[in-house]
Design a protein around this ligand. Structure first.
Ligand code: HEC
Ligand code: HEC
Ligand code: HEC
Length: 444
């Protein structure tokens, strides 16, 4: 094989690894770090007398829309000081310090440098940043908005802190490899504006496709960890949580939700149909619950305009699994979700005609039953409702049966939750050795 072809082949092979490692394999923490200091920083009054008050308010509202805090906050750390480890199968990528500190943060950055990071994923020393930092979405943010964000970030309390060094194994430690990924997958000309649509729709498109980076989780990924084309917002799996289909599909998507229900969900983490757990909890806590109601309405308008994904037909589920699942449901779940799955809307989510339950990939459901989940908090719903963990209480096949049962009851229709998948998930989540007493737990 001639040398240059070999080189190209090797580079592409390396990119394949980096793509999977950097995007698809990123494991975010299961629950948001609940930090009062962070919430305070994002909501504190900016007095009129502050120089540039209007630009600073705007900058902060954009930082909120970009959910910067979720990733740039580690447990016990100061907000925006970074140091949160995003786990990939090849190593951990640590978020940077983006406080106003001039040495260790971005206090000394120029607007051009900040714009280059957001738009091209290039750091202050000219190095490529890994796409675990969502610049593939942030590149759609306007220059004026970037300038406002930097202005506000520079006013945040300077925190002197150097996050642990990201040290991926060869060849991923060579940051220039990301240049190849950018060439192949960076969306350079996606238009988020459409003059034929309402201003609400356009504002929603700008937020969803840009700062909000909703499709980072809600779009399935290809083998290189980039968005799978033709499946925009049709649901994706990341960190073993399934971010549901957000298109107009009436079973798996938001087809049954009206715009105000979407707004309420984003503002409070709850509505009459669902609750925001898994990785959506942190999006609610540090981003959407603090966004302006008009922006939330714009997002809802844009999402309601998404053409429905294809509907898949399913075979009738196994009768034995349904019978066993019903019995487990009655004992383990009905106390909160009620016998007929109607739940207690806004407290215990109703399970009938539930989009989350009908996702093609049942991983999120397995995760929820094994590990439990906490709803994202918001200023108006400050206490995190929780669903308990059943890892210690139900066997893998019992979890599969009850999962299959609720995925096929009360109007729902979906492929079964499989025992082998629950077993693998239990291992990945490290819940294999949970035994509270010798007589409790999952004995096999
Ligand atoms: C999904 C997680 C995530 C989100 C959300 C996120 N970041 Fe980051 N950010 C990272 C990671 C990880 C890095 C480090 C990347 C690297 O080392 O290559 C980073 C790096 C950066 C850098 C480069 C800093 C430096 O010293 O080189 C800037 C600037 C930045 N982020 C700003 C932001 C802003 C502003 C927002 C919100 C609009 C934001 N980030 C949201 C994960 C995130
Ligand atoms: C103690 C009360 C309680 C019990 C018991 C309980 N749940 Fe939940 N469940 C909740 C709460 C609260 C939520 C919202 C948490 C979240 O989504 O993060 C929830 C969320 C869910 C959801 C997600 C719905 C959505 O739209 O997001 C499903 C599915 C679910 N539970 C199934 C079950 C199953 C199956 C069982 C029994 C094995 C069960 N629950 C037992 C309280 C409970
Ligand atoms: C970090 C990953 C992540 C990001 C970013 C994210 N989501 Fe989600 N989202 C999820 C997950 C996971 C769920 C499922 C939550 C559950 O099962 O309780 C979800 C659930 C939802 C739901 C409820 C769907 C249903 O059928 O129950 C809506 C609506 C939603 N997200 C909208 C958005 C919007 C709008 C954005 C961008 C502003 C966004 N999400 C960004 C991970 C994410």
């Amino acid at each position: 094989m001639p040398g240059d072809i070999l080189l190209v082949t090797l580079t592409v092979a390396a990119l394949a690894i980096s793509g999977v490692a950097l995007s698809e394999g990123v494991v975010l923490p299961a629950h948001p770090v609940l930090s009062e200091t962070a919430s305070d920083l994002l909501t504190r009054l900016i007095p009129d007398a502050t120089p540039n008050a209007t630009q600073l308010r705007r900058g902060r509202s954009l930082v909120i829309a970009g959910d910067c805090v979720s990733c740039h906050l580690r447990a016990g750390g100061a907000p925006l000081a970074g140091g949160l480890g995003l786990n990939t199968p090849f190593g951990t990528i640590y978020s940077s310090n983006i406080t106003g500190d001039t040495d260790t943060g971005i206090g000394a950055w120029t607007p051009d440098q900040f714009n280059r990071a957001m738009h091209d994923g290039i750091g202050v020393r000219g190095e490529n940043l890994y796409p675990a930092f969502p610049y593939p979405w942030f590149r759609h943010v306007s220059r004026t908005d970037n300038d406002s964000m930097l202005a506000w970030l520079k006013t945040t309390p300077a925190v002197r802190y150097v996050p642990p060094k990201t040290d991926l194994p060869f060849p991923l430690n060579l940051r220039f490899i990301v240049k190849g990924w950018n060439l192949l997958f960076l969306d350079t000309d996606r238009a988020t504006a459409d003059a034929a649509k309402s201003s609400d729709w356009n504002r929603g498109a700008y937020l969803v496709e840009g700062l909000g980076h909703c499709s980072a989780c809600h779009t399935p990924k290809n083998a290189f960890g980039a968005d799978k084309s033709g499946h925009h917002l049709q649901g994706g799996t990341l960190s073993d949580w399934v971010a549901p289909d957000l298109t107009g599909n009436t079973r798996t998507g938001l087809g049954r939700w009206n715009a105000d229900e979407i707004r309420e969900f984003l503002q409070t983490g709850r509505n009459v149909r669902a609750a925001a757990g898994g990785t959506m909890a942190e999006v609610i806590t540090y981003s959407t619950s603090l966004m302006a109601p008009d922006d939330l309405r714009a997002i809802a308008t844009y999402l309601k305009g998404q053409a429905p994904s294809d509907t898949v037909k399913h075979d009738a589920p196994d009768a034995g699994a349904m019978r066993r699942g019903a019995a487990i449901y009655s004992d383990a779940c009905a106390s909160c979700h009620f016998d007929n799955g109607v739940g207690q809307p806004r407290y215990f989510p109703p399970l009938g005609n539930n989009a989350m339950l009908q996702q093609a990939d049942a991983t999120g459901l397995g995760h929820l039953i094994l590990a439990g989940s906490r709803v994202g908090t918001s200023p108006s719903r400050a206490s995190p409702l929780t669903m308990p963990s059943f890892a210690w209480k139900l066997t893998d096949s019992q979890i599969a049966d009850v999962g299959t049962y609720i995925r096929n009851s009360w109007g729902n229709e979906a492929a079964p939750l499989k025992t082998v998948d629950v077993r693998d998930l239990r291992k990945r989540l490290g819940l294999t050795d949970l035994r509270l007493t010798p007589s409790s737990g999952d004995r096999r």
